[in-house]
Write a protein that binds this ligand. Structure first.
Ligand code: SF4
Length: 239
């Protein structure tokens, strides 16, 4: 089984616990206005077998300290669920901690068991909730948040550890009412171990230029420290 890979990061420290080997897969159905990896959206990337990716990651196993391991991020990993399942199975057979960094957009409450095999070899889900408000989520990502929230509930109901991630964007998600609504939703979940507030930054702008795309958030300044603190307080963030 081969997967389409955008890139690898050998010593990731921001995508899950400890030091991690991060696999960025190619392809994403979302179109987040603040996406800093627009080069992962479409076709492309390089083809690797699950075994090849696992062997590359395992070279770094001795560095996986502090609860570290391997994270598959993107792009959207659930687009290549079969490949990620095979990769995680190999990694689990070597005792490596596995984390899935996903928007959850491909979950479908009518077929809740579609990703069960993958989840059975996933130790932690890093779930990006882009916006708690349905209409605003659609404006921000081009998709409704229905599947995302249903996935969060499914993970909670099935006992899967979750870290919630939320990008704070001035004028879009940085609004106390939305943050309180998100906190309220998170409080209904039983398996959330951590809530991370990720301050918006515009470092992806240069990639849009290179790809000949207009940067949708031109002129939006990164969040202030005060607003980040405010969001962390409302969301009960530990980071
Ligand atoms: S889900 Fe991630 S990779 Fe996809 S568009 Fe949004 S930020 Fe970019």
């Amino acid at each position: 089984m081969t997967g389409r890979i955008h890139s690898f990061e050998s010593f990731g420290t921001v995508d899950g616990p400890g030091i991690r080997f991060v696999v960025f897969v190619q392809g994403c159905p979302m179109r987040c206005l603040y996406c800093h990896n627009p080069d992962t959206w479409g076709a492309g990337g390089k083809s690797f077998s699950a075994e090849e990716v696992a062997q590359t990651a395992l070279k770094y196993k001795s560095y996986f300290t502090g609860g570290g391991g391997v994270t598959v991020s993107g792009g959207e990993p659930l687009l290549q669920a079969e490949f990620v399942t095979e990769l995680f199975k190999i990694l689990k057979s070597h005792g490596v901690h596995t984390a899935l960094d996903t928007s959850g957009i491909l979950f479908d409450a009518r077929e809740p068991h579609k990703f069960d095999e993958l989840l059975s070899v996933t130790d932690l889900v890093l779930l990006d909730i882009k916006h708690i408000d349905g209409a605003e989520h659609k404006k921000l990502t081009a998709h409704s948040n229905e599947n995302v929230l249903a996935f969060a509930k499914y993970l909670s109901d099935t006992g899967k550890p979750i870290w919630i991630r939320h990008v704070l964007v001035p004028g879009i998600t940085d609004n106390d009412d939305y943050l309180k609504a998100l906190a309220e939703f998170i409080s209904t979940l039983k398996t959330v171990e951590k809530v991370e507030v990720l301050p918006y930054h515009n470092m992806g702008e240069v990639k849009y230029e290179k790809l000949g795309l207009d940067y949708p958030l031109k002129g939006v300044e990164p969040s202030t420290k005060e607003r980040v603190q405010n969001a962390k307080k409302i969301l009960g963030s530990k980071k």
